[in-house]
Design a protein around this ligand. Structure first.
Ligand code: GUN
Ligand code: ZN
Length: 451
């Protein structure tokens, strides 16, 4: 058991009701519990609350020798939940910043050629290391990541994430059409490979498997059907894909499925909308789609740096408040430009401001600093179906947390010292923060790195 003493950032509530709380000079107690295979938070809050939680959780007062718990005092630091990245492509580390006129040429000219390199297992392992290091440096402790269509790319990422004790969910990209030789898979083998990977990795330590149909245009009907069948057979697996990101892509899907009510409804038709299904972007949705997301509990991974960089469009936050469904924030590297959750939260704010100008509808809460932060931590965990497990500092949650140093840069220190409210403090960190603000990333109770 170990205690940390500093200011402690936590979240309460859901959706528009979500809010943050900063406990000045609080405690975070980490340890093992019989109910969990991983280290968890045993107690969080001010000194009195923490003592009571330990007594409640561990037995009568006599059993808890408060004075004997080692305590690391971190004055001036903030203990915060690890960030949750709901959509990121590990094979696209070397695609970041590739200039293109939009999604489809970007895929063809930059992304597919880079992904072909993952036919080489040595390349998979080397990039997996870089990818996980970047996530950790930026304070991301849970990620839902695309691999490539090569099973070796999935094995490489799982092997390294397991060593790092990261909560990492990934899967083999399914793409049996409209993709180049060297990346295109075959229907039957792709489904067999997916099932083999599920059986090898899903639920091992902190790892999870995601069925990964790339997007409608690269998957035959038989492949989508097979993915839906696996999703039903393995209900605790995740599903990840893309939806309604770009106008040309939406038009292409309408050509491929002329009878479908919408792009999103194609996934419904194949049994791919359910809890633990995450669809990146969701820009060109209508209200019927939003209702479908709400009914099925499928979620959207909002990827603002990518949407701005590729000129895809703006996620409509006001509409998502009118018809609420689960969504959270994502880097979408390499369409996205940064691993940093601060960059993603700031881009989401900019995109929301721009979207409000074009639609005339302003979101009530989605663009406040507390809410931006919630959508990248506890709110993102809810969208993943991991609410109560990761994304917050509360008793019973897995012990993933960050030590933030608001003195990390001269400008940040100056600005933060003048913050009068929690919103001002959080916004200063969102706008001025980068990897230097993340002093330490703790996963499963330990500061982690790759050997
Ligand atoms: N749609 C299909 N594949 C991709 C991808 O790799 N990135 C993005 N942003 N959209 C996609
Ligand atoms: Zn993506």
């Amino acid at each position: 058991m170990k205690a940390y003493r500093a200011d402690v950032l936590t979240f309460q509530g859901q959706g528009v009701e979500a809010s943050a709380h900063l406990q000045r000079d609080g405690y975070l107690v980490v340890g093992q519990s019989r109910g969990s295979p991983h280290p968890i938070f045993l107690a969080v809050g001010d000194a009195a609350a923490v003592k009571q939680q330990l007594i409640d959780g561990l037995g009568p007062e006599g059993d808890v020798d408060w004075a004997s718990i080692p305590c690391e005092h971190l004055p001036g630091k903030i203990l915060a939940p690890g960030f949750v990245d709901l959509h990121v492509h590990y094979p696209q580390v070397d695609v970041i910043g590739s200039p293109a006129t939009g999604l489809l040429p970007w895929l063809e000219n930059y992304t597919f050629p880079q992904e072909m390199r993952f036919a080489d297992p040595a390349h998979c392992a080397a990039v997996a290391d870089v990818f996980l290091q970047e996530l950790m440096r930026h304070g991301v402790t849970t990620a839902l990541a695309f691999a490539t269509s090569h099973p070796a790319s999935v094995n490489a990422l799982f092997e390294r994430a397991q060593q790092a004790h990261m909560r990492l969910i990934t899967g083999k990209c399914l793409m049996d059409q409209h993709a180049p030789e060297g990346l295109r898979d075959t229907t039957e083998q792709s489904l067999l490979d997916s099932e083999t990977l599920i059986q090898r990795w899903h639920g091992v330590d902190r790892l999870g498997y995601a069925l990964t149909p790339r997007f409608v245009p690269t998957c035959s009907e038989a492949q989508l059907q097979g993915a839906g069948e696996l999703a039903a057979r393995y209900p605790s697996t995740w599903i990840q894909s893309h939806v309604a990101e770009n106008r040309d892509e939406v038009a292409w899907v309408a050509q491929l499925f002329p009878k479908a009510r919408s792009y999103l409804s194609v996934y419904e038709q194949f049994g791919l909308l359910r809890e633990r299904a995450l669809y990146a972007h969701g820009i060109y949705l209508d209200d019927a789609d939003r209702q479908l997301l709400a009914q099925t509990q499928a979620a959207v991974a909002v990827s603002p740096t990518s949407n701005l960089f590729l000129g895809s469009g703006f996620f409509d936050h006001a509409a998502a408040e009118r018809i609420p469904f689960h969504y959270g924030l994502a880097s979408d590297v390499g369409g996205g430009t940064s691993f940093s959750p601060f960059q993603t939260m700031l881009a989401n704010f900019y995109a929301g401001q721009a979207s409000a100008l074009t639609t005339g509808q302003r979101a009530k809460s989605a663009l406040t600093p507390q809410h931006l932060w919630w959508r990248h931590t506890a709110g993102a965990a809810e969208a993943l179906g991991l609410g109560g497990v990761v994304g917050n500092l509360a008793p019973g949650h897995e012990a993933d947390f960050l030590v933030l140093n608001p003195q990390a840069t001269p400008l940040l220190a100056r600005r933060v010292s003048q913050a009068q409210t929690l919103d001002e403090l959080l916004f200063a960190m969102i706008v001025l923060g980068d990897d230097r603000l993340i002093e330490r990333t703790v996963m499963a109770g330990e500061t982690r790195g790759l050997i």
